[in-house]
Unconditional design. Structure first.
Lengths: 201, 201
């Protein structure tokens, strides 16, 4: 990483924190500059505009998500293992690493416009399609009952991504425990443990 | 309803639409006044401040939610019926009636401060406790397996409330179908239909 690249990364990470704390619309470039220990002119040397900064934060958040969640989960050939691994990794990303870039993606889902919006949305849609395909494959292989893949995908996403709104790392509920509980809830359901479960590989 | 009350209601509903479209922080009282067909002075005759307006929108959204979801669902003595009815009603509230007041509650979850925030949060927490108690009761009566009631409640909420972010009433997926699918997904799980289900009343 060059020095300019590492300054840019520091700006992106710091701005994500500022936007999380104050909200994007309520934050000015002065606030970001101050939090970075830069002058406003110094900040504009690296970043063209607040919109550009929001796009860079969301792009970086998607990089982190794809690297830590999507890519490793996709390696499982078995569609249920793929989904379960994906759910646990996504929960851990939101709780353990507390990625504020991800929170900015989730909260400012409607803020970017034009080409920047299209580019982030394309990456989000790739995640939705990844989930839908895994649900379809699990149905075809008779590992789960017939469900609407779109509803299943967005139910999975809602359960997992809502975490950014309520989870506090106060130690009562550990990230690992939450990941396990949510996996069991989503994949094994609420059926009593004494009853037979779905087919396991 | 007096004339002043009905004007106030109209302001609250219109402002909810403005805040949904433009975002709360990016909206000015001019925008709200214009959308209501009022002068800014006319608007301030009814509402003290933008914060006051946000509080009134969220209060009205909670009224609608409690009347259409919580109160009727609470009438079921059977804890699973209570939870299932609650889930379906909440999905329908978010999709069919497209209540923008509810979207403002969900999106601006971190915006209110002080007493206003405490009052809205107390009503939200009542919903969480309602769900946790129903899960606990269902466990006690051995209707479902042992789960962490907090995780179950927030998983239920995430699945359902995320709808405001992705659902478009384009006719492909009807509100009723979505409500049925989500209920089945959450309560019956992904287990194959040929396997025995959990105990039914």
């Amino acid at each position: 990483m060059t020095r300019a690249e590492s300054t840019r990364r520091r700006i992106v990470v710091t701005a994500a924190r500022v936007f999380c704390e104050q909200g994007y619309a309520a934050s000015g470039m002065e606030d970001v500059a101050r939090a970075c220990g830069l002058t406003k002119a110094g900040l504009y040397h690296h970043i063209r505009s607040k919109e550009q900064l929001l796009f860079e934060i969301q792009s970086y958040g998607m990089d982190v998500f794809e690297e830590q969640v999507l890519r490793p989960a996709a390696e499982h050939a078995h569609p249920l293992r793929r989904l379960e691994d994906c759910l646990e990794r996504n929960v851990l990303l939101l709780t353990k690493r507390r990625s504020q870039e991800i929170a900015v993606i989730l909260h400012e889902h409607n803020t970017l416009k034009g080409d920047a919006r299209a580019r982030i949305n394309a990456r989000k849609k790739r995640y939705v399609r990844f989930l839908e395909q895994a649900f379809r494959e699990a149905m075809r292989r008779r590992l789960i009952r017939r469900v609407n893949p779109r509803v299943a995908a967005f139910s999975f996403l809602g359960m997992v991504l809502w975490i950014y709104k309520w989870f506090r790392s106060d130690g009562v509920l550990s990230p690992e425990r939450l990941a396990r509980e949510m996996r069991a809830l989503f994949f094994d359901g609420l059926a009593l443990e004494t009853q037979p479960r779905r087919a396991r590989p």
